[in-house]
Design a binder for this molecule. Sequence first.
Ligand code: EPZ
Length: 425
Amino acid sequence: MERIVITGGRPLRGAVRVSGAKNSSLPIIAAACLAPDVSVLENVPHCQDVLTLQAILADLGVRFEFAGTRMTIDAGGLYRTIPDYALCRRMRASFYTAGLLLARMGRAEVPLPGGCSIGTRPVDFHMKGFAALGAGVATEHGYMKASVARRAKGAPFYVPRSSVGTTINLMLAASTARGVTTLTNAAREPEVVDTAVFLNLMGARVRGAGTDTITIRGISALHGAQYTIIPDRIEAGTYLLCGVATGGDVLAEGLIPEHFQALLGKVTEAGAETVVEPDGVRVRVARELAAVDVDTAPYPGFATDLHPPLAAALARARGTSSIRETVHDSRFAYVDELRRMGAEMKVEGDTLRITGVEQLTGAPVEALDIRAGAAVVIAALTAEGTTEIRTVENIDRGYEGLTEKLRSLGARVERVDDEAIREVV
Ligand code: EPZ
């Protein structure tokens, strides 16, 4: 079992280059398989969720080359319509194979997904959307089964709770449907826009992505395309919050500054100095942080995926902060881990109240999911003493080269493999 061991107390300083967005890469890799052709994606991060999707699609007959950050996808040989159960259980984004298979093969038998433990997270919206496109949809023995006679049929669909996954899955499913699909209350996240841009490069006709109404005029055949994935705004936000929490000075490079307005607004309110450069954002903190109140919200609101990292950064802020989680039903499991480190945090319904403490102390903790993992990393960087983080595979799901990137900013961090230690002993 691997652990990440962090000795805290050092302000992080320096520049860090942001990787490609995991949450864009996943749907775009699935989208590339809509055409029996070759696509080339640049800036794909080597994180575990990407590798898991690659394994799921390879098992369906897709061929991959993944060298550096370039992924070449040859989907000519895709022939199976039932993705592997055990692999799909590992992450929710495996459900993008449903929209893909329905559009490309006319049928999909996709395991109901697993993923981070951040609330109930069903896929009922996705299934309603497939049904609206004329598919017969049923759940049986842990699988969602959906099929259309020949092609799906374009239709209007109201996306409940402006769900990101539903919006993207329906863009995939509708891309080859007969007629026009209109998604209202569509998610406006940059990853939705990125997927739409890629689909259009494949020959699809998707309009309005980035607004709450997206129209997809289905066409009978798509072709391969070449594309560069956008930078990961959540990864970048995590490193900026590492800088804020440790009272440091961090420049996140190679990103799209307009994705950061909600985050920068809040860290400025908390007392950080922020500088926006053409392709970078810098945060600097020279004084004690002040408490702030935040509501998470769909884009362009404050990203739910930055809620746990922000909570960790506010653990030592002066006064009482609050974070109201409005996107996921429950995203507070990480709070117990931060409490082990001395944080004073209380969950009241959908709201977390954080009373700033003088000091956190290192402790053995777990990375319960991707962003819960980021939260314990941030707390550890600010804590007195050493923190051992277990279940680091959850961090690896979403962060490429985390320990190396933190070390380049001056953090005292290492990865320890218990097996290796035992072998040496
Ligand atoms: C995406 O998940 C992200 N994952 C999540 O990031 C992120 O937290 C979330 O969007 C919100 O921004 C990927 O892009 C792979 P939703 P997604 O559908 O698409 C409910 C990370 O750490 N809902 O917008 O699954 C759902 O339970 C991950 O990188 C239903 O009830 O999120 C949630 O409360 C974690 N039924 C809300 O809607 C459905 O059928 C929004 O979910 C679908 C969603």
